[in-house]
Structures are given as structure tokens and as C-alpha cells.
Ligand binder design. Structure first.
Ligand code: GLY
Length: 351
């Protein structure tokens, strides 16, 4: 088992990574003597619910899969169930699933009786390499993604890389989008490693997946340790997300998996950096070739530019009406560029 430490001023925690860790869930989960809860979704419960049987004293709350569950109604429903079933301030919540379950269960833990402990057990590649680490929790309101939320760090993250074999290809690609992002924003050697090994990663080769997941968690832990509340450095994790979130929004969260939208976002944001002349042409071509080679439909011509820009204006990272973009500048390095709506329209319509 590999261990990555997320060092914070308060509430530091470990990420445990290994194949087959769920077989030891009873020990790893560390029960509290109070009534504890597992929050999961119907698909994950059908696939892996048997692992949870070891935690028979936990109340299981099973939600509908999909982004629509990140709502006020579902949140209220979970909190009511927790109250009715006697959750106290010392109860523990396990978030068992992908990004939606992690964000929602984390948010319920953040606000229940002003905050109770929760454990992340991410079951998708995207959740294992990104959303389960770093304490961002939240739900959507009026189509504004993650507009209601809280920073609430888990007490532990348990990652079983053995689960990845059952992931649908779309979900796998979604995770690969976040994996390559770490290489571009922080570690060029890792970018080259991922590019060299992409066929093995697409097959979830068990010889390399624990390393790939661990390296992503190390990078994320380093960034979050230095800037837990996204006051500066942590913004680099948003590369690809300004256009990516707009694509998710404009398609009503139904066409793209999150990481797919981020792949398309990174592609066009790299082209924007090229047009601005802030990135070396050869390096930009290396990024673009890699993203193009993933086999995702990169065409965004069908979406009206004005509508895309309006979606970008809803992003909570914007300041004073300016839209925040994270753009590549050189190997392993990105920078923030703020643009007025008119600037966005200029760049997006010329992509
Ligand atoms: N997923 C971006 C972050 O955690 O900051």
C-alpha cells in the first residue's frame, strides 16, 4: 500500500493507494462508536456494494447516479435521513463513489451539525486522481456548477486501483483528462510519462496505475498543502475548466463526462495561449497532438459563441466581470489570464 500525506495547517490526512484495499475496509474505515453512514449511488452500490457489507453497522444512503443529484433537494433529503437515524456530531460519513457522490456526501458532512468527519472512497479514475483529494465539496444551483459548497477536508482517502477495470471507457477517458492536466500544469516529466504509456493507461494496466494515481495525488497534495482555499497557486488546477465548465453547462451536463469537457477545454485554451503568443509553438503542438490523439470529438462549432461566453461568466473564479483562464506558458507551467467578455468572444470565435 502506498501513502501520500496531505499536509495542512489543521486536519492533515493520508491518502492510501493500492490494489485490493477494499478487501480490508473494516480496518481501514476506523469506525466511530456513533451511528455512521455510507453515501453511494445505485450503480456503484450494484457493482461494489458487497465490499460495504463488512461495514454492517453503517446506514447506507443510496442516491440516483448523475450530476442531477448534486441538488438542494437531494442534499436536504440526505440530511433529513441522517437526523432521523440519529447522526451525531461524532458520526462519520463514507463517500463511496465517483465525483458526484464525493462532492455531495462531502457537502452534507460539511454542513451537518456544522461539520462532521468524512472518508472519501473514490471509485472512478477521475475521483481517484482529483475530486476526492483537497476538500472541495458542493452542489449545483440554477445550473451554476458547484455554486453552493464548502471546503471540508476528508479525514482519509482510500483508493483501490483494482476498481478501475470495470469503468466504462468514457469514464476512463474522463480521468485521463485530469491525469494529463497535472503533467501540463506542474510536471512535464509526468506529461511525457503519460504520453509514452497512454495505451497502458487506457487499459488500466495494473503495473502502472498505482504509480499514475499516486503521482497525481502527490501533485494535488503538494498544491493543496500550499494553497488550501484557492487563493493563488491552486487555481492552476482549473486549466481546461473555463471552457470545460461552459461545455458541460451548455449541454445541460448530459453530453460530456467532466474530464472529457476538460480535455476539450485544455485543447482550446492551449490554442488561445498560442494566439496570445504566450506559449512556445512547439510545446503547444505537443499538447495539442496528445489531446487530439485521445479520440474525443473536439468540435465545438455547434455551440453559439455568445452562449459559451455567458456560461463562462457564471464561473465563480471570475473577478470584476472578468473571466479567469489558466493557460500553458512553458513545460510544466501555466499562468492565469483574466479576459473581458469581448476578449473571450474574440478568441473563442477565432478558434
Ligand atoms: N478540482 C480542482 C481542485 O480541487 O481545486
Amino acid at each position: 500500500m502506498e501513502k501520500v500525506r496531505v499536509n495542512l495547517k489543521e486536519n492533515s490526512y493520508n491518502i492510501l493507494i493500492g490494489k485490493g484495499l477494499l478487501g480490508d475496509l473494516e480496518n481501514l474505515a476506523e469506525h466511530s462508536p456513533e451511528q455512521n453512514f455510507i453515501i453511494t449511488d445505485k450503480n456503484i452500490n450494484a457493482l461494489y456494494g458487497n465490499y460495504l457489507d463488512a461495514l454492517d453497522s453503517y446506514e447506507r444512503i443510496v442516491i440516483e447516479p448523475g450530476e442531477q443529484s448534486k441538488s438542494i433537494d437531494v442534499t436536504a433529503n440526505i440530511l433529513k435521513q441522517m437526523l432521523e437515524k440519529g447522526a451525531s456530531r461524532r458520526s462519520k460519513v463514507i463517500a463511496f463513489g465517483g465525483g458526484v457522490v464525493g462532492d455531495l456526501a462531502g457537502f452534507c458532512s460539511a454542513i451537518y451539525m456544522r461539520g462532521i468527519p468524512f472518508v472519501q472512497i473514490p471509485t472512478t479514475l477521475l475521483a481517484q486522481v482529483d475530486s476526492s483529494v483537497g476538500g472541495k465539496t458542493g452542489i449545483n444551483l440554477l445550473h451554476y456548477k458547484n455554486s453552493i459548497g464548502a471546503f471540508h477536508q476528508p479525514v482519509k482517502v482510500i483508493i483501490d486501483t483494482g476498481l478501475l477495470h470495470t469503468l466504462p471507457y468514457k469514464e476512463l477517458l474522463s480521468g485521463i483528462g485530469e491525469i494529463i492536466k497535472y503533467g501540463i500544469i506542474y510536471d512535464y516529466e509526468f506529461f511525457k510519462y503519460v504520453a509514452r504509456n497512454i495505451e497502458k493507461i487506457k487499459k488500466c494496466d495494473e503495473d502502472i496505475m498505482p504509480y499514475v494515481v499516486k503521482r497525481c495525488c502527490e501533485i494535488k497534495a503538494e498544491i493543496v498543502s500550499r494553497d488550501e482555499k484557492e487563493e493563488g497557486l491552486r487555481k492552476i488546477l482549473n486549466f481546461g475548466h473555463t471552457i470545460g465548465h461552459a461545455l458541460e453547462g451548455i449541454t445541460d451536463f448530459s453530453k460530456y463526462a467532466h474530464g472529457e469537457a476538460v480535455i476539450i477545454g485544455m485543447y482550446y485554451e492551449t490554442i488561445m495561449a498560442k494566439k496570445m503568443g504566450i506559449v512556445d509553438e512547439e510545446y503547444a503542438a505537443e499538447i495539442l497532438n496528445f489531446l487530439d490523439g485521445l479520440g474525443i470529438d473536439l468540435n465545438i462549432d455547434d455551440y453559439p459563441v455568445l452562449e459559451l461566453a455567458d456560461w463562462m461568466l457564471k464561473d465563480k473564479k471570475n473577478v470584476g466581470g472578468k473571466i479567469s483562464f489558466i493557460l500553458p506558458v512553458k513545460e510544466g507551467m501555466v499562468k492565469e489570464q483574466m479576459l473581458e467578455k469581448s476578449g473571450v468572444l474574440y478568441y473563442i470565435s477565432s478558434l
